[in-house]
Design a protein around this ligand. Structure first.
Ligand code: SAH
Length: 260
């Protein structure tokens, strides 16, 4: 196996993926209203509070957080392009003094124990898995602090095979809401709230804005199989969502760290 060659192909895919997703406002389903709703379950935040926003992307939800709470936010993402965009966004919003964007991995956090009042993560914990993420992040949260994440979840016990197969290949940890809540409790958090993100978070805020971006992207990379496959996959995912949305979606899970 030629690792150098593999690395090159991977780098190319990686930069295309980054380019595609940086051209849209959000990199995952969500909305300002839902971020604010999740925040409403979190009490005791002051200007001295510290919040980490992991897998922040270009900072859609980070902006809502910054505009609705007083503390300082550290926004972390693996992709440098996203962090550059996030920094520009907060420079324009004149909020750079309270929001610090850093490149890093949510699986290897450069933070101290009990550093944060809140760890936030919208549409990104799947990268390291819900269970592992909750367990690993716990030590970085103060006792009495919170974790708030969105996670792909099944709404029913059973579902058609086509969608079951698609999700199990994409993210095998997808599970029902009661099972996710159980994992959160087992990881040392009180499950304070869970709620399902409404459909517009997927359609109006995520899939619809991608339509224009896909046309532009394909025009920029005519005949490029990697680009074409990427768009084909995104379109397939959107079609499956409209066909099977009664069976799954994103759920906000908010937990409070207790001493165990
Ligand atoms: N929270 C944003 C982005 C969600 S998309 C939103 O809702 O719009 C998932 C994000 O996770 C991407 O920005 C991706 O770059 C990031 N990511 C993937 N693996 C990561 C890792 N190991 N550590 C940190 N971020 C990661």
């Amino acid at each position: 196996m030629n690792n150098d060659k593999e690395q090159t192909i991977y780098d190319f895919d990686f930069s295309l993926l980054c380019e595609y997703f940086s051209s849209i406002e959000r990199q995952g389903p969500g909305s300002e209203e839902m971020t604010k709703l999740a925040l409403s379950f979190i009490d005791g935040l002051t200007e001295d509070s510290k919040i980490a926003d992991l897998g922040c992307g270009t900072g859609g939800q980070t902006a809502t957080l910054a505009q609705n709470i007083k503390g300082r936010i550290t926004a972390l993402d693996l992709f440098p392009t996203f962090i550059d965009k996030l920094r520009n966004r907060f420079a324009n919003l004149k909020l750079s003094d309270r929001v610090n964007g850093i490149v890093g991995s949510m699986d290897e956090l450069p933070f101290s124990e009990s550093e944060f009042d809140v760890i936030w993560c919208e549409g990104a914990i799947y990268n390291i898995g819900f269970k592992h993420g909750l367990e690993y992040w716990r030590k970085f949260i103060k006792t009495g602090g919170y974790v708030a994440v969105t996670e792909a979840s099944w709404f029913t016990e059973n579902r058609p095979e086509e969608i079951d197969k698609f999700w199990n290949e994409a993210y095998s940890e997808i599970d029902t809401i009661p099972n996710k809540v159980k994992q959160m409790q087992a990881a040392g958090y009180i499950p304070v709230a869970t709620f399902i993100l409404p459909e517009e978070c997927w359609t109006d805020n995520f899939y619809t804005p991608q339509k224009g971006a896909q046309e532009i992207f394909l025009r920029n990379y005519p005949g490029n199989p990697t680009a074409e496959n990427l768009i084909k996959y995104q379109r397939h995912e959107a079609e499956l969502y409209s066909k099977y949305k009664q069976y799954y979606g994103y759920v906000f899970y908010i937990g409070k760290k207790i001493s165990i």
